[in-house]
Design a protein around this ligand. Sequence first.
Ligand code: GTQ
Length: 348
Amino acid sequence: MASIPHTSSSSARQDLYRRMDRHHTAPLWEVLHALIPDQPATRCQPYLWKYKDIRPYIAEAGKLITAKEAIRRVLVLENPGMRGESCITQSLYAGLQLILPGEIAPSHRHSQSALRFIVEGGGAYTAVDGERTTMHPGDFVITPSWTFHDHGNQGSEPVVWMDGLDIRIVELFAAQFHEVYGEEVQPVARSEGAATARFGNGLAPLGALAPFGKTSPIFNYPYARSRESLEQLSRDQDPDPCHGWKMQFINPLTGGHAMPSIAAFIQLLPNGFTSQPYRATDGTIYSVVEGGGRVSIAEQSFEFEPRDTFVVPSWAPLSFETRGETVLFSFSDRPGQEALGLWREKRA
Ligand code: GTQ
């Protein structure tokens, strides 16, 4: 059989595609490689937000709109590769939320889970399901899925925290729900510290059911305690060549990640440390707590100092050079990847 000339075959294909298209069908062979790439492909780019560059915008927003009017007064950290999509990685959202003295961010609940990592100022509270917790810099605070939460600042200084939410994950499954409480503030049902007393001291009330389902019953992990754990760990063992001393926030009822969709970590790197390159499939957001230095992410590198935020895309090689003893908070979508058997890591 004579072979079909390339041009006619190509125009015959285009003609077929046009007719297929009208019936909402498409040829896999034109997109197969993009659909099933050889290794992680993402529009997420490495980036670092310098706190001193964006802090003035936060302050200005504080003058132009109240927390009440905004509902949540937040500067969204938009990944440069995904502008306009309100995400910092393909799966996660991050923003910097400001609450001024005397303000209230009204009560609502949603199926998206949220974490707060306190970046500046202290004395604001968040209330979760009838219990308030006062937040201080470095505290890791959780708002479990579908729990009413409002924030307030009864202190004397502006408070800024980083929000991390699983907005894209919940959107992927089209499982979004949202409800307003109806009143600005939900009533307080328990005294401050109740959750920690019940679940945070290596104890649990007899017969207690998990109050927040798959999420940790503890919703404030104070920095003073995280820092103490890192300090003691660093006295008793050598740093990991990639991570220094790194710990994960856990749900005391399961020993697993504190949140079902987001993993959170705190790590200490010694002064003058050069880490070995490391990559993992969970794109990760870092907030700098103490110290400083240089971080290399794929082909790029950035100087970092306290309160800066940076993002490491999936599978991008990551390494640190520190100047000063350095503490980093980080969070990623690792729990979902682990549940699906997808998570991978590689040391150099
Ligand atoms: O504090 O409830 O940054 O609902 C984005 C959505 C914070 C919050 C955000 C939210 C919140």
